[in-house]
Design a protein around this ligand. Structure first.
Ligand code: PRP
Ligand code: URA
Length: 212
Protein backbone atom coordinates (compact mmCIF):
# COMPACT_ATOMS: atom_id res chain seq x y z
CA UNK A 1 0.00 0.00 0.00
CA UNK A 2 1.14 3.54 -0.75
CA UNK A 3 2.41 5.51 2.27
CA UNK A 4 0.10 8.21 3.63
CA UNK A 5 1.22 10.95 6.00
CA UNK A 6 -2.13 10.84 7.79
CA UNK A 7 -2.13 7.06 8.44
CA UNK A 8 -0.60 5.46 11.51
CA UNK A 9 -0.46 1.67 11.62
CA UNK A 10 0.44 0.14 14.98
CA UNK A 11 3.19 -2.40 15.14
CA UNK A 12 3.06 -3.35 18.78
CA UNK A 13 3.62 -6.91 20.01
CA UNK A 14 0.91 -6.59 22.66
CA UNK A 15 -1.62 -5.57 20.03
CA UNK A 16 -0.54 -8.49 17.80
CA UNK A 17 -1.10 -10.86 20.73
CA UNK A 18 -4.57 -9.51 21.43
CA UNK A 19 -5.55 -9.43 17.75
CA UNK A 20 -4.66 -13.13 17.42
CA UNK A 21 -7.17 -13.98 20.16
CA UNK A 22 -9.75 -11.53 18.78
CA UNK A 23 -9.70 -13.17 15.33
CA UNK A 24 -10.21 -16.68 16.69
CA UNK A 25 -13.76 -17.83 15.92
CA UNK A 26 -13.81 -19.67 19.26
CA UNK A 27 -13.31 -16.46 21.26
CA UNK A 28 -16.62 -15.78 23.01
CA UNK A 29 -18.57 -12.54 23.30
CA UNK A 30 -17.26 -11.49 26.72
CA UNK A 31 -13.60 -11.92 25.85
CA UNK A 32 -14.15 -10.35 22.41
CA UNK A 33 -15.68 -7.25 24.02
CA UNK A 34 -12.85 -7.00 26.57
CA UNK A 35 -10.18 -7.31 23.87
CA UNK A 36 -11.77 -4.60 21.71
CA UNK A 37 -11.73 -2.33 24.75
CA UNK A 38 -8.12 -3.12 25.68
CA UNK A 39 -6.81 -2.62 22.15
CA UNK A 40 -8.68 0.68 21.94
CA UNK A 41 -7.06 1.88 25.17
CA UNK A 42 -3.58 1.10 23.85
CA UNK A 43 -4.41 2.92 20.60
CA UNK A 44 -5.76 5.91 22.52
CA UNK A 45 -2.46 6.39 24.36
CA UNK A 46 -0.54 6.48 21.11
CA UNK A 47 -3.00 8.69 19.27
CA UNK A 48 -2.84 11.33 22.02
CA UNK A 49 0.84 12.14 21.45
CA UNK A 50 -0.03 15.48 19.86
CA UNK A 51 -2.79 16.44 22.30
CA UNK A 52 -2.75 19.99 23.60
CA UNK A 53 -1.68 20.35 27.25
CA UNK A 54 -2.50 23.28 29.49
CA UNK A 55 -0.37 24.40 32.43
CA UNK A 56 -1.89 23.95 35.90
CA UNK A 57 -0.59 24.77 39.34
CA UNK A 58 -0.34 21.71 41.59
CA UNK A 59 0.45 21.77 45.29
CA UNK A 60 2.50 18.72 46.24
CA UNK A 61 3.11 17.98 49.93
CA UNK A 62 6.35 19.94 49.48
CA UNK A 63 5.75 22.87 47.11
CA UNK A 64 3.69 24.40 44.35
CA UNK A 65 4.71 23.30 40.88
CA UNK A 66 3.56 23.96 37.31
CA UNK A 67 2.33 20.77 35.69
CA UNK A 68 0.50 19.99 32.42
CA UNK A 69 -2.90 18.43 31.90
CA UNK A 70 -5.15 17.53 29.00
CA UNK A 71 -8.36 19.56 28.93
CA UNK A 72 -10.71 16.60 29.24
CA UNK A 73 -13.67 18.72 28.19
CA UNK A 74 -11.94 19.20 24.82
CA UNK A 75 -12.30 15.50 23.92
CA UNK A 76 -15.35 13.80 22.37
CA UNK A 77 -15.89 10.21 21.32
CA UNK A 78 -18.15 9.30 18.40
CA UNK A 79 -18.75 5.60 17.74
CA UNK A 80 -20.22 4.46 14.43
CA UNK A 81 -23.09 2.18 15.51
CA UNK A 82 -23.20 -0.55 16.24
CA UNK A 83 -19.71 -1.97 16.45
CA UNK A 84 -18.05 1.35 17.35
CA UNK A 85 -19.88 1.18 20.69
CA UNK A 86 -17.45 -1.56 21.70
CA UNK A 87 -14.58 0.95 21.57
CA UNK A 88 -16.12 3.73 23.68
CA UNK A 89 -15.08 2.31 27.06
CA UNK A 90 -11.54 1.89 25.75
CA UNK A 91 -11.27 5.67 25.23
CA UNK A 92 -13.25 6.40 28.41
CA UNK A 93 -10.65 4.50 30.44
CA UNK A 94 -8.22 7.26 29.48
CA UNK A 95 -10.70 10.19 29.44
CA UNK A 96 -13.65 9.23 31.64
CA UNK A 97 -15.46 12.54 31.20
CA UNK A 98 -15.31 12.70 27.40
CA UNK A 99 -18.75 13.39 25.90
CA UNK A 100 -20.14 10.80 23.50
CA UNK A 101 -21.99 11.34 20.22
CA UNK A 102 -23.46 8.58 18.06
CA UNK A 103 -23.65 8.07 14.32
CA UNK A 104 -25.77 5.10 13.25
CA UNK A 105 -24.86 3.42 9.97
CA UNK A 106 -25.33 0.04 8.40
CA UNK A 107 -24.00 -1.31 5.14
CA UNK A 108 -26.50 -2.35 2.51
CA UNK A 109 -25.67 -6.04 2.04
CA UNK A 110 -25.98 -5.86 -1.77
CA UNK A 111 -24.36 -2.54 -2.64
CA UNK A 112 -22.10 -2.29 0.47
CA UNK A 113 -23.10 1.41 0.54
CA UNK A 114 -23.51 2.84 4.06
CA UNK A 115 -26.94 4.09 5.14
CA UNK A 116 -27.07 6.64 7.94
CA UNK A 117 -30.02 6.09 10.31
CA UNK A 118 -29.06 8.15 13.36
CA UNK A 119 -26.91 11.09 14.33
CA UNK A 120 -26.79 12.75 17.74
CA UNK A 121 -23.71 14.75 18.63
CA UNK A 122 -22.81 16.64 21.81
CA UNK A 123 -23.28 20.40 21.91
CA UNK A 124 -20.09 22.27 21.10
CA UNK A 125 -18.54 19.28 19.33
CA UNK A 126 -17.08 21.64 16.71
CA UNK A 127 -14.59 22.90 19.32
CA UNK A 128 -13.47 19.45 20.48
CA UNK A 129 -10.95 16.88 19.36
CA UNK A 130 -13.19 14.10 18.12
CA UNK A 131 -12.29 10.42 18.23
CA UNK A 132 -14.41 8.70 15.60
CA UNK A 133 -14.26 4.97 16.37
CA UNK A 134 -15.25 1.83 14.49
CA UNK A 135 -13.42 -1.49 14.79
CA UNK A 136 -13.77 -2.38 11.09
CA UNK A 137 -12.65 -0.33 8.09
CA UNK A 138 -13.64 -2.42 5.06
CA UNK A 139 -14.62 -0.51 1.87
CA UNK A 140 -14.22 2.72 3.86
CA UNK A 141 -17.71 3.92 2.90
CA UNK A 142 -19.00 4.16 6.48
CA UNK A 143 -15.93 6.01 7.75
CA UNK A 144 -15.89 8.48 4.84
CA UNK A 145 -19.59 9.30 5.33
CA UNK A 146 -19.26 9.58 9.12
CA UNK A 147 -16.32 11.96 8.70
CA UNK A 148 -18.39 14.01 6.24
CA UNK A 149 -21.19 14.20 8.83
CA UNK A 150 -18.76 15.41 11.53
CA UNK A 151 -17.28 18.03 9.21
CA UNK A 152 -20.78 19.23 8.28
CA UNK A 153 -21.28 19.89 11.99
CA UNK A 154 -18.13 22.04 11.96
CA UNK A 155 -15.60 19.56 13.44
CA UNK A 156 -12.05 20.31 12.35
CA UNK A 157 -9.94 18.23 14.74
CA UNK A 158 -10.79 14.62 14.07
CA UNK A 159 -8.95 11.35 14.67
CA UNK A 160 -10.33 8.11 13.31
CA UNK A 161 -9.48 4.83 15.06
CA UNK A 162 -10.16 1.41 13.54
CA UNK A 163 -8.90 -1.90 14.83
CA UNK A 164 -8.70 -3.79 11.53
CA UNK A 165 -8.54 -2.25 8.06
CA UNK A 166 -8.49 -3.49 4.49
CA UNK A 167 -5.96 -1.69 2.25
CA UNK A 168 -8.61 -0.36 -0.19
CA UNK A 169 -10.74 1.12 2.62
CA UNK A 170 -7.77 2.67 4.34
CA UNK A 171 -6.62 4.30 1.09
CA UNK A 172 -10.13 5.59 0.46
CA UNK A 173 -10.41 7.27 3.86
CA UNK A 174 -6.84 8.63 3.82
CA UNK A 175 -7.42 10.16 0.38
CA UNK A 176 -10.93 11.52 1.00
CA UNK A 177 -9.94 13.06 4.37
CA UNK A 178 -6.24 13.99 4.28
CA UNK A 179 -6.76 16.30 7.28
CA UNK A 180 -7.90 13.41 9.51
CA UNK A 181 -5.30 11.20 11.20
CA UNK A 182 -6.26 7.57 10.82
CA UNK A 183 -5.04 5.07 13.44
CA UNK A 184 -5.29 1.41 12.53
CA UNK A 185 -4.09 -1.35 14.81
CA UNK A 186 -3.75 -3.95 12.04
CA UNK A 187 -3.72 -3.82 8.25
CA UNK A 188 -5.24 -6.95 6.74
CA UNK A 189 -4.86 -8.46 3.27
CA UNK A 190 -8.05 -7.78 1.29
CA UNK A 191 -11.83 -7.84 1.13
CA UNK A 192 -13.76 -10.92 0.03
CA UNK A 193 -16.57 -10.81 -2.54
CA UNK A 194 -19.07 -9.88 0.21
CA UNK A 195 -17.01 -6.96 1.48
CA UNK A 196 -15.65 -8.79 4.53
CA UNK A 197 -12.06 -8.28 5.59
CA UNK A 198 -9.64 -11.22 5.18
CA UNK A 199 -8.36 -12.73 7.38
CA UNK A 200 -10.45 -10.34 9.54
CA UNK A 201 -12.54 -11.40 12.48
CA UNK A 202 -15.98 -11.78 10.93
CA UNK A 203 -18.83 -9.40 11.76
CA UNK A 204 -17.65 -7.21 14.63
CA UNK A 205 -21.17 -6.07 15.60
CA UNK A 206 -22.49 -9.63 15.77
CA UNK A 207 -19.51 -10.83 17.81
CA UNK A 208 -19.74 -7.89 20.23
CA UNK A 209 -23.45 -8.16 20.83
CA UNK A 210 -24.12 -11.86 20.22
CA UNK A 211 -26.65 -11.23 17.45
CA UNK A 212 -25.63 -14.29 15.38
C1 PRP B 1 -19.57 -2.67 9.94
C2 PRP B 1 -18.46 -1.95 10.69
C3 PRP B 1 -18.37 -0.65 9.96
C4 PRP B 1 -18.68 -1.05 8.54
C5 PRP B 1 -17.40 -1.11 7.77
O1 PRP B 1 -20.81 -2.21 10.34
O2 PRP B 1 -18.71 -1.82 12.06
O3 PRP B 1 -19.27 0.33 10.42
O4 PRP B 1 -19.30 -2.36 8.59
O5 PRP B 1 -17.66 -1.36 6.45
P1 PRP B 1 -17.29 -0.33 5.30
O6 PRP B 1 -15.92 0.15 5.57
O7 PRP B 1 -17.39 -1.17 4.07
O8 PRP B 1 -18.32 0.77 5.29
P2 PRP B 1 -22.16 -2.85 9.79
O9 PRP B 1 -22.62 -2.14 8.57
O10 PRP B 1 -22.00 -4.34 9.67
O11 PRP B 1 -23.20 -2.48 10.92
P3 PRP B 1 -23.26 -2.98 12.45
O12 PRP B 1 -22.07 -2.41 13.15
O13 PRP B 1 -24.54 -2.40 12.92
O14 PRP B 1 -23.25 -4.48 12.45
N1 URA C 1 -17.82 -5.20 8.90
C1 URA C 1 -17.46 -6.18 9.77
O1 URA C 1 -17.97 -6.27 10.88
N2 URA C 1 -16.53 -7.06 9.37
C2 URA C 1 -15.94 -6.99 8.16
O2 URA C 1 -15.07 -7.83 7.87
C3 URA C 1 -16.33 -5.97 7.28
C4 URA C 1 -17.28 -5.08 7.69
Amino acid sequence: MKKYDNVFIFDHPLIKHKIAILRDKNTGMKQFRELIEEITTIMTYESMRDVELVPVQVETPLEVTTQYKVREESIAIVPILRAGLGMVNGVHRVFPTAKVGHIGMYRDEQTLEPKEYYCKLPQGIEDKTVFLVDPMLATGGSAVDALNALKKRGCTKIKFMAIIAAPCGLERVATAHPDVTVYVSTLDRQLNENGYILPGLGDAGDRLFGTK
